[in-house]
Design a binder for this molecule. Structure first.
Ligand code: SF4
Length: 228
């Protein structure tokens, strides 16, 4: 048992940070059509962590494969947007013994979900119902082979810290209410925390004005991800 725990907690290679970040931004910018290449292995942590999965009305292939009684209207979104819930154990009802039973047609939310976003932003998953994700997220270890990897990592973490420390000033701009939203928002905002310094010919991390951050937060590319 102890040995199994040690194996389950073994570090996992998350890849070079800047390359991962670029891929994550592409997935977010594509409106969810980009597919994250996440080395999940057999991990089903995000399918067993009491998460509501958003499905858009245009995801016909997915909707056709999920019994309608498992879906309900997504609060705050236009008609046609639905959520897929979870059972009394926190498991997605589409999860079978061999993994996702609709894997080829799984929701866009699932295809783009990447729990490396938590260590990237330095955000701890602190919801008790999401312990499998918390445990998995702690195992990822990014590589920082070049300066750009470290600078971008610093910028993402600075973005999360800024939003936490300026909640009052940013109120009304969509301040995150859960760990997933927090981490995704830090990725989306990190560019606001980078400036090119012509003297040293590289990017440096800076602190922007709250108004610039507010504008970025209210841009059409809102924080995405599963509702925690
Ligand atoms: S639909 Fe499939 S991939 Fe998505 S949470 Fe459910 S079991 Fe996991």
């Amino acid at each position: 048992m102890v040995q199994e725990d040690v194996i389950q907690d073994r570090p996992l290679a998350a890849g070079d940070f800047a390359a991962w970040l670029a891929g994550m931004e592409r997935a977010l910018d594509s409106g969810g059509d980009g597919q994250s290449v996440v080395p999940c292995g057999g991990c089903t942590a995000c399918c067993t962590s009491s998460q509501f999965v958003h499905i858009g009305p245009e995801e016909a292939e997915t909707l056709a494969r999920i019994p309608s009684q498992l879906l309900f209207p997504a609060p705050g979104l236009p008609s046609g947007h639905v959520l897929l819930g979870y059972d009394e154990h926190g498991h997605c009802p589409m999860l079978g013994d061999g993994g996702c039973s609709i894997y080829e047609h799984r929701p866009r939310t699932c295809r783009t979900y990447d729990c490396r976003v938590f260590p990237a932003a330095g955000v701890e998953v602190d919801d008790e119902d999401q312990l499998p994700i918390a445990r998995r997220a702690r195992r990822w270890q990014f590589s920082f082979p070049a300066e750009v990897d470290r600078i971008r990592h610093t910028a993402v973490r600075a973005a999360d810290r800024f939003v936490r420390e300026h909640r009052d000033l940013l109120a009304g701009a969509g301040v995150p209410t859960n760990a997933t939203q927090r981490a995704v928002l830090a990725v989306r905002l990190h560019g606001e925390f980078l400036r090119h310094d012509d003297r040293i010919e590289r990017s440096v991390v800076v602190e922007p004005e709250p108004e610039a951050v507010r504008v970025a937060m209210t841009s059409p590319l809102g924080a995405r991800g599963r509702a925690g």
